[in-house]
Design a binder for this molecule. Structure first.
Ligand code: C2E
Ligand code: CA
Ligand code: CA
Length: 565
């Protein structure tokens, strides 16, 4: 059975009410109210279902015009068409009704066919309008829909060929996660707030649209956008929602310089710019330009090339020796990846590791490097070289995404390597986030016999308190720390204190990036145990490092290095 549409009759005269009800009730479900106030109550409860209102003007309690005013002030109610019943042929009444926002009028006495006809056609008109509306506007925020935004931009650019415009796109960082933690209702509230901010930002000279769940687009005049840039930092970390504190937003800007490209492409460029700064501290907006485009293309090319590079063994491991500070004996090495690409040539990890860390591919590469390192260690052992431990790098993503303990255990079993020959360098920043998980993983690894090192100490966070919460074996002082110490003598005592504290809790200290004799003497004076740096040796290929190991058999300690220390 088809459900009848609802019509509300607002009329104080009972006879008129029942006359109208008789005319309409065959085709519609009729609701009745004898004054404006009652009618408002009924509408409030049937907001979504009342298809039309038939309204008398002269009524006690609340007259028809006041009623009309009220519903026109309400965003949702104002969409319901209202037919006013007027005294016959009173032009003044008719005009007055239309001025007050009525959609149409019918004169008294009632003519059933005219009324039925007008009611039906108004309902149909409204439904069509609602459909168009749905296509043009985003339901949640009231902003333009994506398609309608594109269309509006096209029109505006044609209308104003001389005006400089830009597309600004905003993106909420980790929106899916926020939605998941705080629930969809809070998520919706956040989106509405952000839509309001975007709307306020563009003012009356531009307009906004919603691109996807948490991405908004705006067309702004160039000068307006330049003024807004000062605000982007402020808008970056908003306390827009009382529940979600410090929501981080990134803004991407495309200055429309080339009108020959499609509006879709213009928007994509703004979106790309916003994405390019994802996760970056203190950077809230990025402008799309050719260098960004080149960088993004290069990053994409790198990501696309990883699979082939792994299959074709384009990654090579270099070994940088480490030495004891006091006797200059070689004590081990760090395994460092290099990418020998057939077209791009030799690439240092700085060119691809940070990108792979961002997109999660690093774990694939790291596992490959760990395995290759085990293969090389096995080869040296089979050749009878005296083995030294090799440190491999473990990224933050590895700790959180992989079953690290199982993977590493399987590896050393497969290649029959004792765990103490594989040192694991986990960068300092990993310890700062989610301490429980890292403490637990490190604990298990150490119980199995792996040696765990804290890499890059002093480069970013200060994890001194982490050191008291968990047991580690070795601390690697970042080279920046050594440099700073050289430049700011007042910090020397800090470094000395840190080293003696680290010793007290049973850890050894490796100084990284030692480049000069002066630095070498200083780290020695501070009580560092090991050094790694260009002053003693640069990273070298596996055969070159193998030669050094071989030399150990014949020459024992390295006299040449004792001389320089
Ligand atoms: P890191 O782990 O701190 O490695 C030490 C870096 O310092 C290496 O750069 C090394 O060549 C460089 N270095 C050593 N001594 C000196 C010196 O005296 N002066 C200067 N200026 N630099 C020195 P490299 O090989 O370019 O690696 C850079 C970073 O890339 C590494 O920093 C590490 O974070 C990352 N990385 C390298 N290999 C891997 C890998 O297999 N996996 C992961 N996840 N990251 C890797
Ligand atoms: Ca390292
Ligand atoms: Ca390091």
């Amino acid at each position: 059975m088809v459900r009848k549409k609802k019509i509300l009759i607002v009329e104080d005269n009972e006879l008129n009410r029942s006359l109208l009800s008789d005319i309409l009730s065959d085709e519609y479900q009729v609701l009745e109210a004898e004054n404006g106030r009652k009618a408002l109550d009924i509408l409030e409860q049937n907001k979504d279902s009342v298809a039309l209102v038939l309204l008398d003007v002269m009524m006690p309690v609340m007259d028809g015009y006041t009623f009309l005013q009220r519903i026109r002030d309400d965003a949702e109610l104002s969409l319901i068409p209202v037919i006013v019943t007027t005294q016959s042929d009173s032009e003044a009444d008719e005009v007055n009704a239309l001025i007050h926002g009525a959609t149409d009028f019918v004169p008294k006495p009632y003519r059933p066919q005219v009324i039925l006809h007008r009611v039906a056609s108004l309902i149909k008109l409204r439904e069509t309008a609602a459909m168009v509306n749905q296509f043009q506007y985003d339901r949640l925020t009231g902003l333009y829909s994506k398609e309608f935004f594109y269309q509006k931009v096209r029109e505006r650019l044609l209308e104003e060929p001389e005006q400089d415009y830009c597309i600004v796109c905003s993106n909420i960082e980790n929106f899916k996660l926020l939605n998941d933690i705080f629930g969809a209702q809070e998520g919706d509230r956040l989106l509405k707030e952000i839509a309001a901010i975007a709307q306020k930002m563009v003012g009356s000279t531009g307009f906004c649209g919603r691109f996807t769940a948490d991405r908004f687009l705006a067309l702004q005049k160039r000068e307006q956008e330049l003024r807004d840039r000062q605000n982007f930092g402020y808008l970056g970390e908003q306390r827009v929602s009382p529940v979600m504190k410090n929501v981080v937003m990134r803004w991407g800007i495309y200055e429309i310089t080339d009108r020959s490209i499609s509006v879709e492409q213009m928007c994509d460029r703004a979106l790309l710019a916003a994405d390019s700064i994802r996760g970056q501290y203190n950077q809230y907006f990025a402008v799309y330009d050719d260098s960004l485009r080149r960088r993004l293309l290069k990053e994409k090319a790198i990501t696309d090339a990883i699979e082939t590079a792994l299959n074709e063994k384009q990654f090579v491991i270099y070994f940088q020796p480490q030495y004891g500070v006091n006797d200059a004996c070689m004590t081990g090495a760090e395994a460092l990846v290099r990418w020998n690409h057939p077209e791009w040539g030799f690439m240092s990890p700085g060119e691809f590791v940070p990108l792979l860390e961002r997109n999660g591919f690093i774990s694939r590469l790291d596992q490959y490097i760990w395995e290759q390192t085990c293969i090389i260690l096995q080869d040296w052992r089979d050749k009878g070289y005296p083995l030294l431990p090799v440190s491999v790098n473990v990224s933050r993503a590895d700790v959180y995404q992989l079953n690290l303990v199982e993977i590493l255990l399987k590896l050393i079993q497969k290649y029959d390597i004792a765990p103490e020959y594989l040192h694991l360098e986990i960068t300092e920043s990993t310890y700062a986030k989610n301490p429980e998980q890292i403490i637990c993983t490190v604990d298990q690894l150490r119980k199995l016999g792996f040696i765990v090192e804290m890499d890059d100490f002093g480069s970013e966070y200060s994890s001194l308190n982490m050191l008291s919460q968990m047991e580690l074996d070795i601390l690697k002082l970042d080279m920046k720390f050594i440099r700073n110490e050289m430049e700011k003598p007042e910090e020397r005592s800090i470094l000395k204190d840190i080293i003696s504290m680290v010793h007290r809790i049973g850890m050894s200290v490796v100084a990284e990036g030692v480049e000069t004799r002066e630095q070498m003497e200083r780290v020695k004076a501070f009580g560092c145990d090991y050094v790694q740096g260009y002053y003693l040796a640069r990273p070298m290929t596996a055969p070159e490092f193998g030669e050094l190991l071989k030399k150990q058999i014949w020459e024992g300690a390295f006299d040449d290095h004792i001389a320089v220390v």
